[in-house]
Ligand binder design. Structure first.
Ligand SMILES: Nc1ncnc2c1ncn2[C@@H]1O[C@H](COP(=O)(O)OP(=O)(O)OP(=O)(O)O)[C@@H](O)[C@H]1O
Ligand SMILES: [Mg+2]
Length: 358
């Protein structure tokens, strides 16, 4: 691992998209990446919404996600705090894996599978000209060929398993243990993880039967993150900051869209998140209210908050983001600084998209 590679997880092999592994020597550098999306796929039935997405969000980064409707932007964002569980792939928060372990990303786990062992034995038999029916155990078989041949063969069989999605529901006790050990070592309780990742939705998602203040203190108290007093103090400070302290005992229905969205942002902040995810935070607002919400998000960005923002506001993305991802058909098709991505787009689909929205 090189010094400038600060990601806690590195892919040691990058071949076709399906053939990505997570390095075994995870180094928690304490700096660098906060959210690491590793080769995720998301299928809803037959609909393939995300098709092998990898991206890392660095601490302090402001990443904008743009792309046509239906390209998978919200789904990607929701996978980042496990509101959706990816079909394949892993999402890491710092040095912990939030998703279930994806065996396809780990060589050390794949080689424990019955499918791998069975295929290896078959291949070795063929190499040695043995009869198919000959009984040969995996542990013995691997000693019958030289090291280089074994490594080459292993690589070939692993790729076959990965690209063919060949793992079965049950792959034997050793495999099961390897998955479990990995999860024990790197896993994190999902509720704990979610507390660290705040989310703001297009439609605010405030509880209409609770007052503004009650909305804001509900989660931190329920999750035992803060006492009622601590949560209330923090909520009041935040309400003061966004100029809505006088609304604390009102119900959401009494607030304008812009006010509701600012409360929703403040509500996420009560939890002291390390990252904020925004899913089109202004697209449900009347035009005159967009500014107040964007300016709050901009302030947070300037204070150093790490954020990922799905947005149709290209001007805002350009101004606030240090990196923009263009999603199309469930893939990151282009990724660059806003200057480059907007000023000098390379991909045809991005050019076409920008010509429609700019
Ligand atoms: N829970 C679900 N069940 C079934 N299909 C879903 C689900 N969520 C999303 N989809 C489908 O996945 C595709 C991508 O949806 P997604 O919401 O991620 O797109 P988007 O890029 O955010 O689009 P928009 O700009 O319109 O918000 C769409 O075809 C959508 O219908
Ligand atoms: Mg969306």
């Amino acid at each position: 691992m090189t010094e400038d590679n600060v990601s806690p997880i590195t892919t040691d092999v990058v071949m076709p998209k399906d053939v990505v592994y997570v390095s075994e020597d995870i180094v928690n550098t304490g700096i660098g990446v906060i959210i690491d999306v590793k080769n995720i796929y998301k299928y809803f039935g037959n609909l393939k919404v995300l098709n092998g997405i990898s991206c890392s969000i660095g601490k302090g980064e402001k990443v904008a996600i743009i792309g046509p409707s239906g390209s998978g932007k919200s789904t990607l964002l929701r996978c980042m705090n496990l509101l959706e569980e990816p079909t394949y792939g892993e999402v890491w928060l710092d040095a912990s894996v939030m998703t279930p372990v994806d065996p396809y990303l780990h060589k050390s786990i794949l080689v424990k599978s019955n499918t791998y062992k069975k295929r290896m034995v078959e291949e070795i038999k063929t190499m040695l000209g043995k009869d198919e029916k000959d009984k040969l155990k995996y542990d013995d078989a691997v000693n019958l060929i030289d090291k280089t041949s074994l490594e080459n063969l292993s690589e070939k069989v692993l790729i076959e398993i990965k690209s063919g999605d060949k793992l079965k529901k049950s792959e034997g006790a050793e495999f099961k243990k390897a998955v479990k050990d990995y999860k024990t070592r790197y896993g994190i309780n999902i509720n704990k993880a979610r507390q660290r990742v705040g989310m703001v939705f297009q439609h605010f998602n405030l509880f209409n039967n609770l007052t503004i203040l009650q909305n804001m203190i509900l989660s931190p108290i329920q999750l035992k993150l803060k006492t009622k007093e601590e949560a209330t103090n923090k909520a009041l400070k935040l309400l003061e900051r966004i100029g809505l302290l006088d609304k604390k005992d009102e119900y959401p229905s009494k607030l304008s869209g812009g006010q509701k969205q600012r409360v929703a942002i403040a509500r996420a902040l009560v939890m002291d998140p390390e990252v904020m995810l925004f899913d089109e935070p202004t697209s449900a607002l009347d035009p005159e209210m967009v500014g107040e919400v964007l300016s709050l998000i901009k302030d947070l960005a300037n204070e150093g908050m790490t954020m990922v923002i799905v947005t149709h506001e290209m001007g805002f993305a350009r101004e606030v983001a240090n990196r923009v991802l263009f999603l199309d058909g469930g893939n990151i098709v282009e990724e660059n600084t806003p200057e480059e991505l907007f000023g000098n787009p390379k991909n045809e689909r991005l050019k076409d998209f920008l010509s429609k929205v700019l």
